[in-house]
Design a protein around this ligand. Structure first.
Ligand code: FAD
Length: 419
């Protein structure tokens, strides 16, 4: 991986694809394109390893991680292996774990709980070893347009140096929730019907379930429709975060840390797991989680991962969608470069498939927050759809799920269309 500033004359560097951001989406899309012979460069504003939230993978990433060549690294890692998800009601009733093996055969029925600083570094280094030029501590200020067509990026100058402009045939925005291009083009908007905030921290020594359940994600419901995640990580650390209405979590009269301490203690079945554990590191928070862009591709540009949209962490689908969108986009970008048709239609040909999958996840997110709806009741009323429910939890959603959505619609109303 190289540092910054670049030594070459920028005008002499002619990339096929410039990627803004070296998180999982940026690393994945770039390595797939580099393998197909395209000249790719990632510009990442941070210096890795850097902290990031979002630690729980779902098995829908398994085959993609295999195709990316990362599976053996995960198998040899110290990341806890995750076989299931369990829901615990406000009253402390534990659901039977939803084991991924209910719908997936063999070793792909598991995944990992990853420490993001090391996981993201592993992905970025892998991109570099696949031929991607990786520049860290290199922030992109803006995307350069010629007419309506993206033509390159403007890099922030470092150490008092002037901005540098780099040309590229395609610009990929993988800048995560910074949504660089969405903000530049005025496409980004909140999703008010999914208005949630989150506060989270880390605990050393939190108890784990026995046996195969030791790596499970546990979701604890709390009063007022909120919930906690409880995610075991390496070195006896557990990630514990609460998601709820911003008015409930963030209030000018009390600090987020005090709210976090209050709510962790109030959630009795979870607090029992934390007895004897010590909180480590700072408490962090995000005041507004859900957003989307009204367009996610254009002539010469594509958004992938969180730079496209982020809705809610309840099903741990963020990394899955980051990697899935990267893989789908890489296929279209490759096609567009080879045919020299860099139009929005060609670059964004992957969108209908991705959007259909995201819609299923969005329906389930709304179902989760509907106080009249319960997954237990749904599974009892529609036992033939329990498999589809687990498909959603594993991320197997990039397929026709219309009969499942219809059944869901009989128990919880469909959310308004995303504009
Ligand atoms: C509270 C919370 C809990 C979550 N829990 C989960 C979970 O359990 N499981 C899960 O799968 N997902 C979870 N997520 C979502 C997950 O974190 C994201 O979906 C995932 O990180 C998206 O990856 P990405 O590569 O698109 O973006 P990122 O991982 O955010 O990477 C974007 C990169 O772009 C860089 N960048 C930004 N701006 C610039 C710029 N101008 N120039 C250059 N570089 C730039 C950033 O430094 C960053 O490294 C959670 C999210 C939240 C908010």
């Amino acid at each position: 991986m190289v540092g910054y500033p670049l030594r070459e004359d920028p005008a002499s560097i002619n990339y096929d694809v410039v990627i803004i951001g070296g998180g999982p989406a940026g690393a994945a899309v770039s390595m797939l394109l580099a393998r197909r012979g395209h000249r790719c460069a990632i510009f990442e504003k941070a210096k890795f390893p850097r902290y990031h939230i979002g630690e729980s993978l779902i098995p829908g990433t398994y085959s993609a991680l295999d195709r990316l060549g990362l599976l053996s690294k995960l198998k040899n890692s110290n990341y806890p292996v995750k076989h299931s998800v369990r829901f615990v009601s406000e009253a402390g009733d534990h659901s039977t774990p939803f084991y991924f093996s209910e719908t997936i055969e063999g070793e792909a029925a598991c995944t990992w709980q990853v420490e993001r600083s090391s996981f993201d570094q592993m992905m970025l280094e892998h991109a570099s070893s696949n031929g991607v030029r990786v520049c860290q501590s290199a922030a992109v200020n803006s995307v350069v347009f010629e007419g309506n067509r993206a033509a390159g990026v403007r890099l922030a100058g470092s150490n008092g140096e002037a901005e540098q402009t780099l040309r590229a045939r395609v610009v990929v925005d993988a800048s995560g929730h910074a949504t660089l291009l969405g903000r530049q083009l005025g496409l980004r908007r909140d999703v008010p019907e999914l208005n949630k905030a989150s506060i989270w921290g880390y605990w050393r020594g939190g108890k784990r379930a026995p046996g195969i359940d030791a790596g499970e994600t546990t979701i604890f419901a709390i009063r007022g429709g909120g919930w906690f995640w409880y995610i075991p990580l390496p070195d006896q650390i557990v990630s514990v975060g609460v998601v709820a209405d911003p008015t409930f979590l963030l209030n000018p009269t009390i600090s987020p840390e005090e709210v976090y301490n209050r709510e962790t203690r109030r959630c009795a079945p979870m607090w029992e797991r934390l007895s004897g554990a010590d909180r480590v590191g700072p408490v962090r928070w995000a005041p507004r989680l859900a957003y989307m862009n009204s367009r996610t591709c254009g002539d010469g540009w594509v958004m992938v991962g969180d730079a496209r949209a982020f809705l809610d962490p309840i099903y741990s689908s963020g990394l899955f969608l980051a990697i899935a969108s990267a893989e789908l986009a890489a296929g279209c970008i490759d096609d567009a470069l080879r045919t020299n048709d860099l139009s929005a239609a060609r670059l964004g040909a992957f969108e209908p498939k991705l959007i259909a999958g995201v819609e299923v996840i969005r329906r389930l997110i709304h179902a989760f927050y509907d106080p009249q709806f319960s997954f237990g009741q749904f599974a009892r009323r529609f036992p033939e759809h329990r498999k589809a429910l687990v498909d959603c939890l594993v991320g197997d959603v990039l397929k026709d799920m219309s009969t499942f959505a219809k059944a869901l619609g009989q128990m919880t109303p469909a959310p308004p269309p995303l504009a």
